[in-house]
Design a protein around this ligand. Sequence first.
Ligand code: FMN
Length: 363
Amino acid sequence: MSQSTFGKKFTVTTWGESHGKALGAVVDGVPAGLFLTEADIQAYLDRRKPGQSRYTTARKEGDEVEILSGVFEGQTTGTPISLIVRNKDQRSRDYGNIAKTYRPGHADFGFDSKYGFRDYRGGGRSSGRETIGRVAAGAIASKILKELGITLQAYTSSIGPISCHSYHPEMIKENSFYMPDMVAAEKAAQYLEQCMKAEDSAGGVIECRINGVPAGIGDPVFGKLDASFAQALMSIGAVKAVEIGDGVKVSTMKGSEDNDGFHMENGRIVKTTNHSGGILGGISDGGEILLRAHIKPTPSIAQPQQTVTTTGENISIEIKGRHDPVIVPRAVVVVESMAAITLVDAMFSNMSARMDYVKDFYL
Ligand SMILES: Cc1cc2nc3c(=O)[nH]c(=O)nc-3n(C[C@H](O)[C@H](O)[C@H](O)COP(=O)(O)O)c2cc1C
């Protein structure tokens, strides 16, 4: 069983492998009449493309997207949108030695255990390249949200032990790590240099802020908005924990510290604080939605590691291919994209939540 489709009303199916001919996505449920060009999608893909700094893999990929269907004369037609990105720099021989070996921290052993067979070229379907389809689809979701006045901003909030201490959104594009704090970005560069010298890798945290979401989105109980975001972000390779609002800190807080008070402001109910991260009872509460994804250190490292071959021989492995010493910067736009896809799906589902909405539409 391959679960490659996410969403119910706005569905995204990703397909393709790291070293196959191409990767992409089929996006269904996009309303007709959205102005959409390849440039809209390319701008998102360029944020995750490899080879942009010395801290990302040296694999050279243009990652140019082509829209194969669902758009006519510059507008979506309401039919499935098929998106393709062709692989160009597939040096499979870089990965030849892993065909019969289980790389520590990778999906190799899991895939063999499940399917009895795996595409070992660059991790196949478990590769970070699978996220191309997510980002291409996320560009479309983000464009829909923008038309509704909803904006998403993801950024790196920490790399290894180096955390941001200030939030300057205009700085996010000014450093290789997409950090909103230039001092932290400089320290992160020094930290990564040490990791690279030691043939090691680092992890970190990505935050995503979503503004303009009306109160009332999310479907209790199994489609709670926080549960849907958690599933979406946890399905990204290397994400090991997801937090909403104050996240894991709540377990040590008091009720008086964690609760957000309400008050009236210009005839509207607003919250005094936002410990909830914009979601209460699985439903958006009108506050800024704050998501946090914790990313593990890149599993491929050049240091010798203990493992076994597929025939059960104990060996030492050194992974010399082209790998990101830290995954976080390239995953920033992936987190933002999955958040956008989740939110569009939840908002489209919400359109039939109340009889007055249905009457507004049909009567
Ligand atoms: C955008 C992105 C890029 C990645 N790049 C690499 C990489 O260059 N080298 C590597 O070893 N893992 C990379 N990964 C992580 C592996 O794909 C992932 O850790 C592995 O499949 C095991 O899955 P798990 O960590 O979710 O258990 C990347 C992940 C993402 C999301």
